[in-house]
Design a protein around this ligand. Sequence first.
Ligand SMILES: Cc1cc2nc3c(=O)[nH]c(=O)nc-3n(C[C@H](O)[C@H](O)[C@H](O)COP(=O)(O)OP(=O)(O)OC[C@H]3O[C@@H](n4cnc5c(N)ncnc54)[C@H](O)[C@@H]3O)c2cc1C
Length: 325
Amino acid sequence: MKLGIVGAGMAGLSCAEAAIRAGHEVTLFDKGRGAGGRLSTRRTSTSSGDLRFDHGTMTFNARSDAFKMAVADWRDRGLVSEWTANMARFSSGAPRSFSDETHYVGAPAMNTLIKGLAIEKTVHFGWRVNRLQQSSAGWTLHFQEQPETFDCDALVLAIPNEQAVELLASVWPDFAQKAASCVSVPIWSVMLGYETALQLEFDLAEVTGSPIRKISRNQRKPGRDPSGECLVIQASPDWSVAHVEDEPEDVTKALEQACFDLLGAAPSAPLSRQAHRWRYALNATPYGKPFVLNEALHLGVCGDWLLGDRVEDAWSSGRALGEIL
Ligand SMILES: Cc1cc2nc3c(=O)[nH]c(=O)nc-3n(C[C@H](O)[C@H](O)[C@H](O)COP(=O)(O)OP(=O)(O)OC[C@H]3O[C@@H](n4cnc5c(N)ncnc54)[C@H](O)[C@@H]3O)c2cc1C
């Protein structure tokens, strides 16, 4: 069977892996210019050289045995590493240590994992699907910028639910309506780059009672260039919702201020300041099934939002759908 998959993040690639194993001919399309999805890495050029920030997911965990096995395989293939980060929790400004699950990161960058999973698969990056059309044989995909179309026997959407709803509204309206009730929340991420490391006693911090949710020092992750400081500040969902339409410059200013109010340090000006809004970052109301498949339409849907809001959910959802195709 010729299968088309829209979205080459963790869910799409995990679905592709299982479908290829079952003997299907799989082609993936992703609107992103490069591999990553929400496991992306931003490279920033500065006067002191390039800095790298994992500005989406900072780390992920493995809970199920099946996902632990997948992560072990990625470790063997050199795509991920365990990060024994020095953790801190900030609540009302007072840091305290805490123990947590094992943290995994793509190495040497978060998007290395997605790049590695995309190898030996047919993936077209920079192709945004903007219309689905049913044909006698199956589906025809139309793209925003490319005049070509793509025909396939069956189709999988592995994209955030709001984006899936847009594409499905005209071809599977019943499901589009149900999927629309799974709402994603945005997260703002601010990236601050410094020439020298800051005097901080943690690598990864969880924060409550602040506009900030997490802080990560990217250069402290395994495989990264340890010189300089690559600070990633993630806003809380509540703050991000309230400021979702703010200008990136205003968001950067507010979160930089909140960060140093919390850390009690006022360093020199950073070499680089950037903000990125993840409009569909974390799903607040999962669908509750690993995937949805309409056999009559030859159309399936997977993604983290079917099960939760974690990398493991995306992988589990994609794999479950890929195995049944
Ligand atoms: C800021 C942030 C923090 C997070 N923190 C954590 C964490 O601590 N732990 C954890 O486990 N998870 C975390 N997550 C969630 C985790 O990143 C996701 O659960 C997971 O990456 C989702 O994978 P996915 O394949 O379902 O979706 P995505 O990674 O979003 O992949 C979907 C892909 O579809 C593409 N796409 C969308 N629409 C189209 C279209 N029309 N045509 C073509 N391509 C399209 C996109 O470009 C994207 O690459 C975080 C996410 C964010 C944003």
